[in-house]
Design a protein around this ligand. Sequence first.
Ligand code: NAP
Length: 288
Amino acid sequence: MKVNVVTGGGSGIGKAVAAMLPKDGPVIIAGRTPQKLERTALELNAEGCRILTAVCDVSKREDVRALALYASSLGDVDRVIHCAGVSGSMADRETIIRINALGTLHVNQEFFKVMRGGCIVDIASDSGYMLPRILLLRRSAYRLALADEDAFAAKAARKARLVGKDRIDCQIAYMISKDFARRYSERCAFKYMALKGIRVFSVSPGFVKTPMTELEKSKESENMLSYTGHRRGADPEELAYVITALADERARYLIGSDILCDGGAVNNGFGALTARKRCKERSLTENW
Ligand SMILES: NC(=O)c1ccc[n+]([C@@H]2O[C@H](COP(=O)([O-])OP(=O)(O)OC[C@H]3O[C@@H](n4cnc5c(N)ncnc54)[C@H](OP(=O)(O)O)[C@@H]3O)[C@@H](O)[C@H]2O)c1
């Protein structure tokens, strides 16, 4: 039996993905809040889905390992859609790095161990494209993440503090974490395909109307919408369609790429504008 897993499946993009995945096997939705997961499972099962729930904090490797073992005990893990994440308004800098960056590392590594083919889709963000060049993590940062997760989290969180003050530093931590997720996903792709035939790629959404963006409404997000072709944010289902279509076996030639699904905002110049603005706030010298 084929088993699908959606981290962050209790709400937003993850919930829309769980509803849209093929119904030929169970879909495990995972997150930190049991009540949210149960509510979503009840709703989607009433619509004909086969949803199971698992409590899991992706920032904790042991939780992700248990999730991967649970999923593989039910059958062949076929698709892992890693949507769990927090925004810059939802946590402090280090927690953002631990959930979004190290969470991606945990999900990819632990599911790699139990999968025999299939695909892993990591949800990054258009914010990763807006990171000022000077804040991009160097190669040594990826080595550090693999060797010492605590040291990596502390260092990446310090880096975010270099540019921003107050709550801006958390927005920068979000950008750093999502840039990491996208690049880490790319790094996994070639190795995972060569060793086990597992496809890995990432999707970077722009502004999507979910519980997360309810908290993020700001002048900047409104400004961003004016850079999209549609002049509006996406519905979660619009992202879920892209994700589930590309996770389909028929899209098997796609690996190691990031799919930027942001209504065209970044290519219309929004990222460059944001990066210039951030860089003006302070000049930077720190090296990794
Ligand atoms: N909405 C957007 O505009 C947008 C844009 C770009 C990228 N994204 C990315 O898309 C993904 C989905 O976001 P969304 O907009 O659908 O937001 P959402 O509705 O808040 O969904 C995020 C889900 O992740 C779960 N989660 C958070 N921290 C977790 C953790 N440590 N371990 C396990 N689960 C965790 C949350 O549930 P619990 O709190 O119960 O754990 C929640 O159900 C995120 O990675 C986000 O960064 C969203």
